[in-house]
Each structure stands twice: as C-alpha cells, then as structure tokens.
Design a binder for this molecule. Structure first.
Ligand SMILES: Nc1ncnc2c1ncn2[C@@H]1O[C@H](COP(=O)(O)OP(=O)(O)O)[C@@H](O)[C@H]1O
Ligand SMILES: [Mg+2]
Length: 263
C-alpha cells in the first residue's frame, strides 16, 4: 500500500515566478508581500547587529528604513541581498525562501542593491559599469538605453571613467547598474550621502519612473525628511531592532526622533 502522502506527486517547481505583473498593475489580486523578513538576527563574528527584525514590502511599494549611524540599516539590506553569511530568521521573496541563497542567485531572483558608498569599478567606464550590472540579472525593461533615458547625464558621459564623474553622477551609475539587473526589488543604501541637496532632489525625482516599471523600493536614509517624503511606510531601526513602524504620513517628528535617538 502506498500512503496518501507518497501517492501525490510533488507539485511542479515553477521555472520562474509569474511574469504577468511587470509594467502592469498587480492584477493577480495577491495580497502577499513581495518581501517578508521575519525574526532576522545578523552577526559579524561575535557581534550581533540585528535582533529579530521584521519588515515587509508590497509589490510596487516604496518603504523607508531610517535610523542613526550604526543602527543596522546597511546590515539589513546586506542580509536581504545575501551578503551577510551569519544570520537567523526567514527572508521570503516572491513566495520563495531566499535566506540561504548566495548573493548572485538573489540578484537572479530579482533583488538589486545600490550599496552604501556606490562601489563603482574605478578603472571602468560608465557604460562598462552599467553593463556589468546586467550580467547576473533577469530579462526586463531595463537596458543601457533605458538607463540613459532615466539619467541623460550618463549618456553624454558613457565613455568616461566613473572617477571622472561628479558624486551625483556616480550615484546615478550605481542606481543604473542595479536597474540593469531588472530587479523587482531595489535596495538603496544612503543614496543621498555626501551629495548636495539639489542633486539629491534630482535623483529622488527619478524614483516614480522606476516604480512605474513595477519595482518595489527600500530606501535607507539618515535624512529622515527625504526618506519620509519618498516612502509610503517607514521603519525606524535602533540598535539593531525595529523601534517604530508606520505610515510615513502618520509618523510624527517626535515619535521618529524618539525612536531614532532612543530618547
Ligand atoms: N563589517 C563589519 N564588521 C563588524 N561589525 C560591523 C561591520 N559592519 C557593521 N558592523 C557593526 O554592525 C552594526 C550595524 O552597522 P550598520 O548596519 O553598518 O549600521 P548603519 O548602516 O545603520 O549605519 C554597528 O555596530 C557596526 O559597527
Ligand atoms: Mg549604513
């Protein structure tokens, strides 16, 4: 006799997530978040940097993660991107558990990180930096041409070494490089750091165009005002824990600064 469990064949593995949503409104009616992080602990050797962090990001949603220097913002993004080896908890993305996958597989699943400090290849041109971003990624709307339409400054400077660019232009390359992998989720780590306010505004003004392609975005910022303007929801990290979470429009300045500074 075959038991009931053995008798049913395993469900077929989907070769790729349903592609219907790209560029269209999420018509599937699925309310499950695109990204769901639960009980995330992360470690650097003996040092624990995250303690039971829970966050969720919906399809097409922009969320902000704010917090003081050292709060664990970059560690959270790096954990999602597969760049932190030592961690506990679950990270589900588009219905699949990804917390044990290496970084390159996570890129192929559709998560791209714009790292703190940009980390461009200094000896390569703008165009070469962008092309590298596409190598591990997925097919989709983002191409060199599409990135140059988003950031026309880069088209004019496509042959330049990345070191010959202004800070703002370098940040555009870092964002463009991430977009070249055609992510469903873009993780942005302090894109405004070290840039003049007018340049920050210019870069943030491009965000709706990115979201319009069906991409969800996590913005990490120390600039609270900027982050809350761009996002619909926000999480405030304090010493590795979520100290406050809520709709960006409803978070009061007092609550945020209390969570931010731990007062
Ligand atoms: N590579 C590392 N090795 C050891 N400790 C680290 C490393 N990176 C970050 N940390 C520590 O982890 C904690 C969180 O850092 P991080 O995630 O970079 O914070 P944030 O991005 O919010 O400034 C801090 O205490 C920091 O000193
Ligand atoms: Mg950081």
């Amino acid at each position: 006799m075959v038991s009931a469990v053995d008798a049913s064949p395993p469900p077929p593995l989907p070769s790729s997530p349903p592609a219907a949503g790209r560029g269209t409104s999420p018509a599937s009616g699925e309310e499950k978040p695109l990204l769901s992080v639960k009980g995330l602990d992360a470690f650097y050797g003996d040092l624990q940097a995250l303690f039971g962090v829970d966050i969720a990001v919906g399809v097409g949603e922009v969320i902000a993660v704010i917090g003081a220097n050292g709060a664990g913002k970059s560690t959270l993004l790096k954990s999602i991107a597969g760049l932190i080896a030592s961690k506990r908890g679950s990270i589900a993305f588009a219905g699949e558990r990804i917390e044990t996958l290496p970084a390159h597989k996570i890129v192929a699943h559709g998560i791209a990180l714009v790292p703190e400090g940009r980390r461009l290849f200094p000896s390569l041109s703008v165009e070469e930096n962008l092309v590298i971003g596409g190598q591990l990624g997925r097919p989709g709307p983002w191409s060199l041409e599409r990135v140059f339409r988003l950031f026309p400054d880069l088209r004019e400077r496509r042959e330049f070494k990345s070191t010959a660019l202004s800070g703002g232009q370098q940040q555009m390359v870092a964002i463009g490089r991430a977009l070249m992998s055609n992510p469903r989720l873009l993780l942005c780590d302090e894109i405004s750091l070290g840039l003049a306010p007018i340049v920050v505004r210019e870069i943030y003004a491009r965000l709706p165009e990115i979201v319009a392609e069906g991409i969800s975005v996590v913005i990490v910022e120390q600039d609270i005002e900027q982050a809350l303007r761009a996002a619909s929801r926000a999480y405030c990290l304090q010493e590795g824990r979520v100290a406050l979470a809520g709709n960006a429009s409803e978070l009061t300045r007092e609550a945020v600064s209390a969570a931010y500074f731990g007062t």
